[in-house]
Design a protein around this ligand. Structure first.
Ligand code: HEC
Length: 244
C-alpha cells in the first residue's frame, strides 16, 4: 500500500518534476504519429535545418522511406546529403571535435532525445519555441527550456527574433517572465508552431519507430477483442439455453 501511494504521488508530481528539470514550463506539442504528412514534413525540416549538426545514428534513411510511405528515390533526392547510401545510418558532417570547438559543446545525437528528455516531444517542441536573444551567451542565444544551451537558434528566420521580458521572482532572482517577438520571421506564430510540431513528431517517431506499427496494430487488436467478446457472448447464450 505504501509503495502504491509512493507511485501515485510520483505520478501526481511528475509534471512538476519535469518543470524543475527542464527550467521552464513545457507546452503541449500536439504531435500525432498517425499523421504521415506531419512526419514527412518533419523529416524534410530536420534534414534541412538540423542534420548539419545532429546525427540520428540509430536510424537508417531506408527505414524513413518504408515507415513514412516515401519512395526510396524521393528520399534519395530530397532527404539525403552528400554521397550517402540509402541503407546507411543518418550521420552528420560535423566531427565531434569540431562541434566541441565551434559551439563549446558537441551537438548530441538526437536518435533517442524524444525519449531521454522528460516531457518527450513536448520538451523538444517547447525548446524549439523557447529561443531568445541573450548577449551574455557566446552564440548570442539562450533558451527558456534549456537555460545556457550552446545551440544557436537555427530557425530564427522562420520564427523571428524573441526578446525576454524579465521579472523579479519571490526568491529575489530575475527570471524570464515571457518572450516577446522583437522581429517577425517569415512565418506567423501558427505556422511556426506547426514547424516545431512536425520536427518534434519526427524525432518522436525516430526515438521509437515501432510505435507507428504498434499504434496501427492496436486498432485491430481492439477490434479482434470486441469480435471475440461477441462470439463468447453468443456461445454463452447457446449454452444457457440448454441449462434453462
Ligand atoms: C549549428 C549547429 C546546430 C544545428 C544546426 C542544430 N543544433 Fe541542436 N544543438 C546544437 C548544440 C551544440 C547542442 C548542445 C547544446 C548544449 O548541450 O548546450 C544542441 C542541442 C540540441 C538539443 C538538446 C539535446 C539534449 O537532450 O541535450 C535538441 C533537442 C536539439 N539540439 C535539436 C535541434 C533541432 C531540432 C535542430 C534543427 C531545427 C537543431 N538542433 C539544429 C547545435 C545545433
Amino acid at each position: 500500500m505504501n509503495k502504491l501511494r509512493f507511485f501515485a504521488l510520483l505520478l501526481a508530481f511528475a509534471p512538476a518534476l519535469g518543470l524543475a528539470a527542464g527550467g521552464g514550463p513545457l507546452e503541449s506539442s500536439g504531435t500525432d504519429l498517425s499523421d504521415k504528412a506531419s512526419l514527412q514534413r518533419g523529416a524534410g525540416l530536420f534534414m534541412n535545418y538540423c542534420s548539419g549538426c545532429h546525427a540520428l545514428s540509430l536510424h537508417r534513411y531506408s527505414r524513413i522511406a518504408s515507415d513514412l510511405d516515401l519512395e526510396p528515390a524521393v528520399v534519395e533526392a530530397t532527404l539525403m546529403q552528400g554521397d550517402a547510401n540509402i541503407g546507411e545510418n543518418i550521420n552528420t558532417g560535423i566531427a565531434a571535435g569540431d562541434g566541441q570547438a565551434w559551439f563549446g559543446k558537441a551537438p548530441p545525437d538526437l536518435s533517442l532525445t524524444a525519449r531521454a528528455r522528460l516531457g518527450g516531444p513536448d520538451w523538444i517542441y517547447s525548446y524549439l519555441k523557447g529561443f531568445y536573444v541573450d548577449e551574455t551567451r557566446p552564440a548570442g542565444w539562450n533558451n527558456t527550456v534549456f537555460p545556457g544551451a550552446s545551440m544557436p537558434h537555427v530557425l530564427w528566420e522562420l520564427q523571428g527574433i524573441q526578446r525576454p521580458v524579465y521579472e523579479q521572482g519571490a526568491d529575489g532572482m530575475t527570471h524570464v517572465a515571457k518572450l516577446e517577438l522583437a522581429k517577425p520571421g517569415r512565418l506567423d506564430a501558427k505556422q511556426y508552431d506547426q514547424v516545431a510540431r512536425d520536427i518534434s513528431a519526427f524525432l518522436e517517431y525516430v526515438a521509437e519507430p515501432a510505435a507507428l506499427k504498434r499504434e496501427a496494430i492496436g486498432v485491430w487488436v481492439i477490434l479482434f477483442l470486441a469480435f471475440f467478446t461477441f462470439l463468447a457472448y453468443l456461445l454463452k447464450v447457446e449454452y444457457w439455453r440448454d441449462v434453462h
